[in-house]
Design a protein around this ligand. Structure first.
Ligand SMILES: Nc1ncnc2c1ncn2[C@@H]1O[C@H](COP(=O)(O)OP(=O)(O)OP(=O)(O)O)[C@@H](O)[C@H]1O
Ligand code: SF4
Ligand SMILES: [Mg+2]
Length: 329
């Protein structure tokens, strides 16, 4: 039976302004179970990183966070900063796009790992060193003993990202949030990091929220996927449901942008138009100016959530019709 590690309900993030406030997230719902990798995808500016920040209790001031975020049964929103700090690095860990920036260039990898382990667990520095060593071996860093003695600039991009994953995991978190962790890496190293994350989910029951632009990675790595547009999740479900049988016009268009073998670069489709500025999201469906399926109702009311089997949810006025068309094909 799956146990929920991260549960996000009705999450909103709003920044107050001089004349009016701007809503960056507008009611986000999703959950990630132990051993599950959920991919969060969408174009630049749709709110992926803000969702991750909210889960870590790191929304910058004066952002107002509403709704509910629970990690392992503990509420994040409204929790004192001191308790959030303990939660980060113990129950939940994060890795980012630019691994080099997440490390202190003046300390060896070993020193940084030992400091983090000692900060979160009551062990001696000697015990922490051996824990760090076994974590580096678990992420298959070649010559882990030697790597402990190296400074960040002496490690490759792929080794640093592995080391950061080891660092993130050294305090045995239940949840890993990875915000575009492979974007700065070459394709071969990217594939190694993806398979490492998959293995950690399978073997250690780690729940993973994996943020990416890359739908190709989603289909290789993830169990489920949530597609974001203008601060909302517009389609969500298993990878098979969403990638193989997308129902939302935005997901269909995003999938149209994925390069496939045999399709030349100049044939790639880009979605005309842009994600609306959060301060200027139109009433009704935020996607309607870019949607070739839009009808009058799309400009009038916010689309309801339609639910299909296996928790496949779609935020579109015409989802049921899209589903009937798919079934008849
Ligand atoms: N501190 C802030 N104050 C006000 N608005 C912000 C702040 N940080 C981000 N935003 C806005 O929130 C929206 C979502 O930003 P976010 O960084 O979450 O996008 P993203 O989906 O992660 O994009 P990318 O794929 O480019 O990383 C953007 O319009 C951004 O300008
Ligand atoms: S609600 Fe209308 S505009 Fe929005 S995605 Fe569906 S068909 Fe397109
Ligand atoms: Mg981002």
């Amino acid at each position: 039976m799956s146990s929920t590690v991260l549960q996000v309900s009705g999450l909103g993030v709003t920044f107050p302004g001089l004349f009016r406030s701007t809503s960056i997230l507008r009611g986000i719902d999703f959950e990630v179970a132990a051993g599950e990798v959920l991919g969060l995808v969408g174009e630049s500016g749709c709110g992926k990183s803000m969702t991750a920040s909210a889960c870590l209790g790191l929304v910058p001031s004066p952002g107002l966070v509403t709704g509910s975020i629970s990690i392992d049964g503990q509420q994040v929103i409204g929790r004192p900063e001191s308790e959030l700090r303990t939660m980060r690095g113990s129950r939940v860990a994060m890795i980012f796009q630019n691994p080099m920036r997440s490390m202190n260039p003046f300390f060896t990898l070993g020193r940084q790992m030992i400091d983090v382990i000692c900060c979160h667990r009551s062990v001696s520095r000697l015990e922490a060193r051996s824990l760090a060593l076994s974590d580096l071996k678990a992420v298959r860093i070649p010559d882990a003993e030697l790597a402990l003695e190296k400074y960040p600039h002496q490690l490759s991009g792929g080794q640093i990202q592995r080391a950061l994953i080891a660092l993130a995991l050294s305090c045995r978190p239940r949840l890993l949030i990875a915000d575009e962790p492979t974007t700065a890496l070459d394709v071969t190293v990217q594939a190694q990091i993806v398979s490492l994350i998959r293995r950690l989910a399978d073997e250690k029951g780690l729940a993973v929220l994996f943020i990416t632009h890359d739908l190709g990675i989603v289909s290789q790595l993830c169990d489920s996927v949530a597609v974001m547009y203008a601060g909302r999740i517009v389609e969500k479900g298993s990878v098979e449901a969403v990638i193989d049988h997308p129902l939302h016009p935005y997901t269909k268009k995003l999938l149209g942008t994925v390069p496939t073998i045999g399709r030349k670069a100049h044939e790639l489709v880009s979605i005309p138009g842009n994600v609306p500025d959060p301060a200027l999201v139109p009433p009704g469906c935020a996607f309607r100016d870019r949607c070739d399926q839009a009808t009058d109702i799309c400009g009038e009311t916010q689309p309801p959530t339609s639910m299909f089997e296996q928790d496949h949810t779609v935020l579109c006025h015409h989802a049921v019709r899209a589903r009937q068309i798919t079934e008849s094909q």
